[in-house]
Design a protein around this ligand. Structure first.
Ligand code: SAH
Ligand code: SF4
Length: 396
């Protein structure tokens, strides 16, 4: 989602005469797009901003924009600590980013044309905000309640991205599958996007387990353009912890959904939190066993981080040592499962959507390296000869 927001903001800057560079020394403008979901993410953003003080001094006319969720949370008070900051643009202001640039008087006017996306994936935000209230999470207070974008706009944007060279469309939202419109479901939207000319594959992130329903499964299972991979954040495998997190599902209902997805050929990845304040050793064991049972092909694992203003921030923290130990054990487990998931692909025939001449991803989201070179954006059908850690080697 941050990547998509960065692209959207960058597009407005490209229209105002800027070009992208990976080299900060070369840059006249630094746009820092930030996350605040964990304290660590915010710290990194702020320490980077601190280092930009010297960068700005080094050359006349340099500017700094601080954007995203940390900018939203900290607001204008950032300018007290970082007086050299030119513009603060919170995550909720992204739709007004162009007028923010224009009103600042720092940039020239926009000049026509459409910014070209880079890479084969076209990101399309379909909803913003979140209506859940997970007790550890700062997102609802930073990003606000759910706002679904109209399907007409979403389809127009996806069609434009496909036209400009993105065979893969990724639909985005905090609880992306909560998207709805009068008479239209998220599954309808997926099917419509997949039918647009030039679209080979549709992905989406992050779905919430609450909206993985039999109706959803029935609507997507026969559409091969919908990627056979779902990133489904589960957070914990313990019903007790899930209840205290207010996730709205139990271990059992979660496993039913996971099984239903796997039966239909979907590979699964997830997000997990270790060391939620009430997590006991037994709860953690339940997470490990759920992870094993689900056979996730990848997982992002986080140490619990208390966020100001959230209900869980009132609870007593577990010792840091326990968090570190549990994270370590979980990461090891996840690594083993990922390697097993890759090894299980050997001998299967796969469709690889090429992201570079020799590398691409399968529909179920495994990275694959090809023997021959192919055109970026094309789909290559080949049998998997071998797997090395988390990379598949195709026969062709
Ligand atoms: N909307 C998505 C997740 C958005 S936040 C969902 O509900 O699935 C991305 C991930 O950050 C979460 O899935 C969670 O694993 C992690 N996260 C959120 N708040 C956290 C916190 N306070 N401490 C540690 N990890 C957190
Ligand atoms: Fe945060 Fe929960 Fe909303 Fe995800 S569903 S953004 S974890 S409150």
């Amino acid at each position: 989602m941050n990547l998509a927001d960065s692209e959207e903001m960058a597009a407005h800057l490209l229209l105002r005469g800027y070009a992208l560079t990976d080299n900060l020394d070369e840059a006249d403008l630094a746009l820092v797009n930030t996350c605040t979901v964990r304290d660590h993410a915010e710290h990194r953003a702020l320490s980077f901003l601190g280092r930009l003080r010297q960068w700005k001094r080094e050359k006349e006319g340099r500017h700094i924009i601080f954007a995203g969720c940390a900018a939203q949370r900290l607001g204008e008070k950032l300018k007290k600590t970082f007086p050299y900051l030119d513009l603060v643009s919170g995550a909720r202001e992204i739709d007004h980013f162009a007028s923010l640039l224009d009103n600042s008087g720092l940039f020239s006017a926009a000049q026509g044309g459409e910014a070209q996306p880079h890479g084969i994936t076209g990101y399309v935000t379909i909803m913003r905000g979140c209506d859940f209230a997970c007790t550890y999470c700062i997102v609802p207070s930073v990003r606000g309640p759910v706002h679904c974008l109209p399907s007409a706009d979403i389809l127009a944007q996806a069609a434009q991205k496909a036209r400009s060279g993105c065979p893969e469309i990724m639909l985005l939202g905090q609880t992306v599958n909560a998207w709805k419109e009068d008479g239209k479901t998220f599954a309808d939207l997926l099917n419509e996007v997949s039918a647009l000319p030039g679209v080979q594959r549709v992905r989406f992130v992050s779905p919430h387990p609450a909206f993985i329903t039999p109706q959803f499964l029935a609507a997507v299972e026969n559409n091969p353009k919908i990627a056979r991979h779902i990133h489904l954040p589960v957070q914990s495998g313990s019903t007790k912890v899930l209840r205290e997190m207010k996730r709205g599902y139990t271990r059992e209902t979660l496993l039913e959904k996971i099984d239903a997805l796997k039966e239909r050929g979907f590979a699964l990845s997830t997000d997990l939190i270790v060391g939620f304040p009430t997590e006991t050793e037994a709860d953690f064991e339940e997470t490990l066993s759920l992870v094993q049972r689900a056979g996730f092909s990848a997982a992002y694992c986080f140490k619990y981080s208390p966020r100001q203003g959230t209900p869980a921030a009132q609870m007593k923290l577990l010792p840091e040592k326990i968090l570190e130990e549990r994270l370590d054990i979980l990461l090891n487990k996840v690594k083993g499962l990922a390697e097993a998931a890759y090894a299980a692909q050997v001998g299967k025939e796969k469709e690889v959507l090429m992201e570079s001449p020799n590398k691409g991803r399968t529909s179920d989201n495994f990275w694959a390296q090809t023997q021959k070179s192919y055109t970026i954006g094309t789909v290559v059908r080949s049998r998997i000869a071998s797997a090395e850690d988390t990379l598949l080697m195709t026969r062709d």
